[in-house]
Design a protein around this ligand. Structure first.
Ligand SMILES: Nc1nc2c(ncn2[C@@H]2O[C@H](COP(=O)(O)OP(=O)(O)OP(=O)(O)O)[C@@H](O)[C@H]2O)c(=O)[nH]1
Length: 661
């Protein structure tokens, strides 16, 4: 498995939220800091003097893991262990804050916590020390999903070490592999943590062997923990302090800060979370963004405890917040370098603008709700600048928005938050990926909305390129056959196939992004009884034979249902789409033809015969109230319909189409 170590893993996309908490374990500091929390105007300089923490006494580390292996729970336990939070049983995780995170049990945002911990370095044991020095530890809890791997990479750039958490029963999974390489390529010291050892099926020795064979990690270095029972947790912080190097920055150099995240606060405006790499930042300084050149005045600077706690200064190696005059989080680009406006610095490496991999049209379920949806999207993007939003008009759905997302989960979470936090009722169109089409006149365009593909009269499509990914799949050996079948159905090209141990196989595939956007993960899970784990990273665009597939109702194309598919799959997809639509569209007073077509060629067709009876015909005898009631009911039903030409399409039809691949 040595070859894995040389794998070039490209760090891709994403940005999200990062909340910093400042928490203490040194009793004096902690109590003082608690006081500060309730009297936030009091200067922290009186309480915690950040200048007491030179880089030698700072450790910046992340926790990385496959989804559900316990990193947020472990982070919580560290906060408790250091006396930072006190919490009763059954309470939600401290670091997972969004409703969607709690419901789905996933971390969407990364968050950091600064802790203080007394410790005597083993190299200093035996020397004459009067008191135990306190260390400042910045812990970053990163999201566990592939969509946010850019954020993970930026978090890791602010760290010198990482706890690689692996479930003692499940062992190494796809994201463990991906996260290991992110950390490995960032030259981080990796501390393997085998968690959940309390489970009856835990097999730490097997996991140790996997860590050795896959990543060449020494089994002796692994810590065994249970974030649930607390077993083994006492060794974590000493290991962090002893094994992870201090941040390398230089306090005499001009200021360079890595922008880790930003969020919008109603009262303070944009709040950036930063890691100071070199130099120091003071309140009142003028700073500039290396990526945009924009300058800002620092109105406030400090740490979080857990709310904003001003300190007036941040030194090299420290993590904190900055309030400057940024008007929107769009100005705060994750991975950007902030520096003093007057100095010229070399920007920190690794910055990438957000890359949108999945696009979908969002329309109000009821046309009259456009303003409400507009408002909800505006509010939500205030705190998630990584979503791109442009207005678009569909003949079928009216005025709506084309939104670009970092990935599928990101899109899902955005939809869910629109509904949960803003009560928006939304129709979304089939998600699409950004294709590049070449026309007969030699021009190339990126197509984010399949419907726009037709708007080039006189031009012929001569070539198409589609984005692809390199997928890592880990499965129990008995599922290898079905997974290979699934991947080839999805136009995958096998790149690697080996065994991690006697029970589990590791596969690497190049797959078109389009093929995993639509229901791939669900299908993978279902054919492997939930055991498969999957992760992917961006790969190059690949030339491909893609065509636009139109859906026509009574001969009229429904722009919101247009999709781009591979030529070889067009027939099957077209058939499935028309069959689904036939099932979901109610019979109406006239016959409806449902067709799938490529250009002028119809490739699938269904007919929905006309309904004979009118509901009102049942209301004989002039019962006005009954008639009225029925009409009201019909009207209410109509609200949930979209009228295309003369055909009413229920919302569910749009939802169902999302699942056809
Ligand atoms: N038995 C047992 N369960 C644990 C342990 N640690 C965490 N869990 C449980 O495992 C589940 C997942 O834990 P999380 O901490 O949310 O996992 P995570 O890795 O942060 O997940 P994401 O935020 O989705 O990346 C939760 O139900 C935890 O209560 C442990 O040591 N033993």
């Amino acid at each position: 498995m040595g070859s894995l170590l040389h794998r070039s893993s490209k760090v891709v996309r994403s940005r999200s939220k990062l909340w910093t908490l400042l928490l203490g374990s040194n009793p004096g500091e902690f109590l003082a800091l608690r006081g500060l929390c309730s009297h936030s105007r009091q200067s922290t300089k009186d309480v915690v003097d950040l200048s007491q923490y030179p880089t030698e006494r700072i450790r910046n580390f992340s926790i990385i893991a496959h989804i559900d292996h316990g990193k947020s729970t472990l982070a919580d336990r560290l906060l408790e262990l250091t006396g930072t939070i006190k919490r009763g049983k059954g309470q939600p995780q401290y670091l997972d804050k969004l409703q969607v995170e709690r419901e789905r049990g996933i971390t969407v945002k990364a968050q950091t916590a600064t802790m203080f911990h007394p410790h005597v370095l083993s190299s200093n044991h035996g020397t004459n020390q009067n008191d135990t020095p306190s260390f400042l530890l910045n812990l970053i809890d990163t999201p566990g999903h592939v969509d946010f791997s850019y954020e993970v990479s930026r978090s890791l750039a602010a760290c010198q070490g990482a706890l690689l958490v692996v479930d003692a029963a499940q062992g190494v999974q796809a994201q463990t592999v991906a996260n290991f390489y992110l950390a490995f390529e960032s030259n981080l010291t990796i501390i393997p943590v085998i968690n959940k050892i309390d489970q009856p099926t835990a097999d730490p020795d097997r996991v140790k062997a996997q860590l050795k064979s896959l990543f060449d990690l020494d089994p002796k270095d692994a810590l065994l923990t249970s974030a649930k029972t607390g077993q083994g947790l006492e060794y974590l912080i000493p290991a962090v302090i002893e094994r992870i190097p201090s941040p390398p920055g230089c306090c005499d150099m001009p200021l360079r800060m890595l922008l880790l995240d930003a969020y919008y606060d109603e009262y303070k405006g944009v709040i950036c979370h930063v890691a100071v790499v070199d130099g120091a930042l003071h309140k009142g300084d003028k700073i500039a963004s290396a990526s945009t050149g924009q300058t800002y005045e620092v109105f406030d600077v400090g740490i979080m405890h857990p709310e904003l706690t001003p300190t007036g200064v941040l030194f090299t190696g420290q993590v904190g917040f900055v309030v400057s005059g940024m008007r929107s989080t769009k100005e705060a680009r994750v991975g950007d370098t902030l520096h003093h406006a007057k100095s010229t610095v070399i920007p920190l490496p690794g910055f990438k603008p957000a890359k949108h991999m999945v696009f979908s049209g969002l329309y109000p379920a009821d046309g009259s709700d456009f303003d409400a949806l507009n408002h909800a999207i505006e509010r939500l993007t205030c705190n998630d600048a990584s979503v791109s939003v442009t207005k678009e008009t569909s003949t079928a759905l009216g005025i709506g928005f084309r939104c670009g997302f970092l990935g599928l989960l990101h899109m899902d979470v955005f939809h869910q938050r629109l509904e949960q936090e803003y009560g928006a009722r939304v129709i979304s169109t089939i998600p699409t990926v950004p294709y590049i089409f070449e026309y007969s006149d030699g021009s190339k365009v990126q197509v984010q909305n399949p419907a726009t593909l037709a708007s080039n009269p006189g031009k012929r499509v001569t070539a198409c390129w589609e984005p692809s990914v390199i997928a890592t799949i880990i499965i129990p050996s008995e599922y290898v056959g079905p997974v290979i079948t699934l991947c080839s159905e999805r136009r995958g090209e096998q790149l690697e196939y080996s065994f991690i141990d006697s029970q589990r196989a590791f596969m690497k595939y190049r797959l078109p992004l389009r093929e995993i956007v639509v229901d791939f993960y669900n299908e993978l899970k279902s054919i492997t009884s939930g055991y498969a784990t999957f992760d992917y990273e961006d790969d190059e665009y690949q030339k491909s034979d893609m065509v636009k597939l139109d859906i026509l109702l009574n001969g009229q194309p429904v722009d919101a249902m247009a999709t781009v598919v591979h030529n070889l799959k067009a027939q099957r997809v077209g058939r499935e789409l028309v069959e689904k639509l036939k099932k979901f569209i109610d019979r109406q007073m006239f016959e409806i033809t449902i067709q799938a077509a490529i250009g002028s060629k119809v490739i699938a067709r269904e007919t929905l015969s006309a309904m004979r009876k009118n509901v009102l015909a049942k209301c004989y005898g002039g019962d006005v109230t009954r008639k009225k009631k029925l009409l009201e009911k019909q009207k209410e039903g109509k609200k949930r319909m979209k009228r295309v030409g003369s055909v009413d399409i229920p919302q569910e039809a749009f939802h169902e189409l999302l699942k056809v691949s």
